[in-house]
Design a protein around this ligand. Sequence first.
Ligand code: CA
Length: 233
Amino acid sequence: MAVKNKIKVLIVEDEPAQLELLSYNLKSEGYEIICADNGEEGCLLAQEENPELIILDWMLPKLSGIEVCRQLKRKKETREIPIMMLTARGEEADKVRGLDIGADDYIVKPYSVAELLARARALVRRANPAASGNVVEYGDIYFDAEKIKLTRGGKAIKLGPTEFRLFSIFIGRPGRVWSRDQLLERVWEHDLDIDYRTVDVHIGRLRKALRQDGKPDPIRTVRSAGYSLDYES
Ligand code: CA
């Protein structure tokens, strides 16, 4: 099984030249890129594709960037996704308005690509420390994705590669509910031989490993929705 950990970025931008510049530079940094050229499609893709970062232009056809941001920040499934707003206007009032409705960062055109990339990295790291190889602590769980090290209450936990991959998704956003489809896509990349039962089997193994020494089960089953890393330690 190929373990790929590409960070997915959604770019919503209606100017083809801007879109190409952004997408080229982000791709060369190793990101996976999905694009929308209007606000409506941007909203839809954000919900369907569950990106780790959204770069959102302010002036867009169909639905403005502000409206897209407002809608995504209102929905439980999308509100944790960091949003970087792009705008040609530099007025302080716009910036405040953008941040007011929940945008996580704000960059004014024309921008330096290096600066945008640095800010994109920071946003992803902040929202999803596991994806960027940082150390994460959650309750009594300590996770170091780079060193492939996981401990609970100070004791090392050994996971198989699939369970490790699953766990790094959960620990990236504790409390977030992941559907089986989303887990399939991220862990198995829609391998056709894999079905929901396989997801459940690996969740079971992950639970067993995490429950060592009679510790509480940190994985919550959310009926007809999926699974989540969510517990009080
Ligand atoms: Ca525009």
